[in-house]
Design a protein around this ligand. Structure first.
Ligand SMILES: [Zn+2]
Length: 114
């Protein structure tokens, strides 16, 4: 990865971090405690509980992603950045720009899934 590519990746990560932080702030509003039955009715409360657990899952996924993005950002200047941790080959730039927090190339990831 040359300096220009690295710069591009850095910009992508910064943009993703900003978006992630906004998403997290928004989701944290959504997962606030649900009012008791008598305040909103039993059915809508059940619905609210369902929606809330979906939002909680989304929120924790967003937090994991944010942590990984920050990690990627702090390691971007290291020679190992963009190198697959499994096979040691460079991860294609297109993939890094799409998922900057990735640490593995597609073939290795697919092998792990099997
Ligand atoms: Zn690999």
């Amino acid at each position: 990865m040359d300096a220009k590519e690295r710069k591009k990746v850095e910009e992508t990560i910064l943009r993703e971090i900003e978006r992630g932080q906004k998403d997290i702030a928004f989701l944290e509003e959504l997962v606030k405690p649900i009012p008791p039955d008598n305040a909103i009715g039993r059915l809508s409360r059940m619905e609210a509980i369902n929606t809330r657990s979906v939002n909680q899952a989304t929120l924790s996924a967003a937090k994991v992603k944010l942590t990984r993005l920050k990690w990627a950002l702090s390691h971007i200047d290291e020679p190992a950045f963009g190198i697959c941790i499994e096979c040691g080959k460079p991860i294609p730039l297109g993939r890094i720009l799409l998922i900057p927090e990735t640490t593995m190339c597609v073939p290795c990831l697919e092998e792990m899934d099997e």
